[in-house]
Design a protein around this ligand. Structure first.
Ligand SMILES: C[S@@+](CC[C@H](N)C(=O)[O-])C[C@H]1O[C@@H](n2cnc3c(N)ncnc32)[C@H](O)[C@@H]1O
Length: 388
């Protein structure tokens, strides 16, 4: 027996007793118990306290020992405050219909322009997955254009806010990023690593994305050595000089905030057959460290490896969904997504990369033409490949 003598009903009774001792009247009525869960490692029961107005958000937790004693409880004052906040926020939200989701059927599109402008013209819910890798600040001189780091973060905020407006409710935003090295300019200055993923996180949270997962993309030994990091330490072995060679990037996974569970996205999908046929059968990656060899391409300095796109698209979308890449480069997301029977919306600011997408995808899609839109200059697309 792992959970000793108690049954869930016994645990509920103990927890109810605690609630009745600490809350009265209307306030007591508004606090409900979640399902008691046995924590085998700590050998205790955990019971979430939730507000009757919004049972999805815990407002506290009671812990009950295997022999039926309350062994940890939240401060009643904090529970009251959380109850107040949850009720206040819930009251402000409008009631939503619980009917099947519908998506506008966007054809495959490739658009030349600044994603912040282009996305203004898209209807809400036109993308069911966003997967992208934005410029890594000024790391690649090919598209380095930010006045400073703050201006860069503002730019990311605007771009992801535009993505939020077109992403369907409860669907995923997956962003590939990593801290970036800013080299020192002289012997008397130090190099810096800018923590882009960590600075982007609060921005995404404020925009309305909920953090789901951090996946580490690990490259084979050897990747990263060319940056020269760690050479000084390797020679001197002085503490404080230690700097590991970077062989990873982040794949940050977010969901457009909603009070609906992922089950709702599955059950209300307009095409149940597509949901069934999108099951990931056979082998799949079980841990959050993905070993994938980077890719290179003569036309672009920072392309996605197909395998990375393949995993993200299969794990976070259904057949027939529209996958948006607002920083499309040479269109790897579109090419791989369509091989997995998804549609795509690609936006790229540079005309030479846009032409490369046209070159790569036109033949592949002879039977279902793509809508190439190169009139969306919006005044800010770069028609000159040498624009640094
Ligand atoms: C890291 S690369 C993406 C490469 C892409 N994942 C691939 O596999 O080809 C980022 C791309 O974003 C483009 N870009 C930068 N600012 C943009 C903007 N405001 N709107 C659209 N594209 C932009 C850059 O020109 C660059 O090609």
């Amino acid at each position: 027996m792992t959970n000793a003598k108690l049954l869930t009903d016994d645990v509920r009774q103990v927890a109810t007793g605690w609630l009745n001792n600490h809350f009265t009247g209307r306030q007591r009525e508004k606090i409900l118990l979640g399902l008691p869960e046995w924590d085998g490692r700590m050998r205790l029961w955990r019971v979430a306290l939730v507000s009757s107005q919004d049972t999805s958000v815990p407002i506290g937790e009671l812990q009950v020992s295997y022999d039926g004693k309350i062994c940890h409880f939240p401060s009643p004052k904090i529970v009251s405050e959380r109850l107040f906040v949850t009720n206040g926020e819930k009251g402000k939200r409008s009631r939503k219909r619980d009917s099947a989701i519908t998506f506008p059927a966007t054809p495959n599109k490739v658009i030349l322009g600044d994603c912040r402008d282009v996305l203004q013209n898209f209807p809400p819910e036109s993308a069911q997955l966003v997967f992208t890798s934005p410029p890594y600040f000024n790391a690649k001189s090919e598209y380095a254009e930010y006045v400073n780091y703050d201006a860069y973060l503002d730019f990311l905020g605007e771009a992801f806010s535009a993505c939020h407006s077109v992403l369907a409710e409860g669907r995923f935003l997956v962003v590939n990023l990593s801290p970036v090295l800013v080299r020192r300019t002289s012997r008397s200055t130090a190099s810096k690593r800018l923590p882009i993923p960590f600075d982007l996180h609060p921005i995404l949270n404020t925009i309305g994305f909920e953090f789901i997962d951090d996946i580490i993309w690990r490259k084979p030994e050897g990747a990263g050595w060319h940056l020269g990091r760690g050479r000084r330490f390797a020679a001197d072995r002085q503490p404080l000089q230690y700097k590991p060679v970077t062989v990873t990037e982040y794949v940050m996974v977010y969901r457009k905030k909603t009070d609906r569970l992922i089950d709702w996205n599955l059950r209300n999908h307009p095409d149940p057959l597509a949901v069934e046929e999108s099951r990931i059968l056979g082998e799949y990656e079980k841990i959050n460290v993905w070993e994938i060899t980077p890719a290179s391409h003569k036309a672009h300095p920072a392309v996605f490896p197909d395998e990375l796109v393949n995993r993200v698209v299969r794990y976070y979308s259904f057949r027939g969904d529209s996958v948006l890449d607002p920083f499309a480069g040479i269109g790897t997301v579109g090419r791989v997504a369509s091989s997995l029977e998804r549609r795509f919306i690609l936006i790229e600011k540079r005309s030479d990369y846009f032409e490369e997408i046209r070159y790569q995808l036109t033949d592949l899609f002879a039977s279902s033409p793509i809508d190439f839109d190169d009139v969306h200059y919006f005044g800010s697309a770069d028609t000159d490949s040498d624009h640094i």
